[in-house]
Design a binder for this molecule. Structure first.
Ligand SMILES: NC(=O)CCC(=O)C(=O)O
Length: 293
């Protein structure tokens, strides 16, 4: 078997943590009943998204939320990417994704590496680093034939993360994420397609459903993109589950058709930046746009 069915659960997240977890488990069961073998939840699915909420909703990992996820993964016999939750480890908070195998074992734990600190004046200011610490570790796991890398939301903007996963042999990167009404329409879909095309791999991004009454309004629009850069599944902003086949054969075909991996000019990329070297030699008076050999 070289394919598996992926489900992304774009769930509506409320302020009641117990209800959020209960709903997540119910939706996992629904996705499993439709044949999904790898199922992913969104970023911050047990808590509203916002720096003012993280401490109150935080819990240890393993803890009550991951226990429920482990149980439902086992009951449904699926691989479950547990979105993310605010993790509390000895008072330090992280944005953390745990992954569960069909036997309920925790097989991966990833802490968001690039914290969401942005300021688009008049539109959105967000400073995750006010309350969260970043993770420093790349995390992959195997789901049947598919090797999967993990990132969380803002991590999607950093091409290096997906590139490292591709080099490590991943076929798919899953990003639980919650873009917003400013950057969502501008960048959410483009970034997924860029990461997929650059690396000729599958990319899946799963958001909470949009709640216009929330302090942070998520863009929604969860989607799965294929190694050709094509959108395989996509939803709008309501609560929904979307499905796509992750087909390793198709990924290999794309890589054979356009063999980027054999064509990289590592000999050139590894040279010191020619523009910087020339600028230094010339006292910065050169046109750095000129071709330099
Ligand atoms: N939760 C996040 O990391 C949001 C990232 C985001 O909206 C972006 O524009 O990047």
């Amino acid at each position: 078997m070289s394919a598996l069915r992926l489900a992304l659960i774009q769930m509506a997240v409320g302020t009641n943590k117990t209800e959020n977890v209960k709903k997540a488990c119910k939706l996992v069961k629904e996705a499993a009943s439709k044949g999904a073998k790898l199922i992913a939840l969104p970023e911050c699915f047990n808590s509203p998204y916002g720096t003012q909420y993280f401490k109150e909703y935080s819990e240890p990992v393993p803890g009550p939320t991951t226990k429920s996820l482990s149980e439902v993964a086992k009951e449904c016999q699926v691989f479950l990417v547990g979105g993310s939750i605010p993790e509390n480890e000895n008072g330090n908070l992280y944005n953390t994704c745990s992954v569960f195998a069909p036997n309920g074992d925790t097989i991966a734990k990833y802490r968001k590496m690039h914290l969401f600190d942005i300021n688009v004046p008049g539109k959105i200011f967000f400073q995750e680093s006010d309350v969260l610490k970043p993770g420093n570790t790349f995390v992959t796991f195997n789901a049947g034939p598919c090797k999967v890398g993990l990132g969380i939301c803002y991590d999607m903007r950093f091409a290096e993360l997906a590139q490292i996963y591709a080099k490590e042999g991943c076929h798919l990167v899953v990003y639980p994420g919650a873009f917003n009404m400013t950057t969502g329409p501008a960048h959410w879909q483009l970034l997924q397609q860029a990461r997929a095309l650059d690396n000729q791999m599958y990319v899946a991004a799963v958001s909470p459903a949009r709640d216009e009454g929330a302090t942070y309004v998520a863009w929604g629009n969860s989607s799965t993109v294929g190694p050709w850069g094509d959108i395989l599944a996509k939803t709008s902003h309501e609560e929904s589950i979307i499905y796509a086949e992750i087909d390793i054969g198709r990924l290999e075909e794309v890589r054979q058709n356009i063999p980027l991996n054999n064509q990289r000019r590592l000999d050139v990329y590894s040279r010191p930046n020619p523009c910087e070297s020339l600028k230094e030699m010339s006292g910065y008076n050169i046109d750095v746009n000129q071709h330099v050999d």
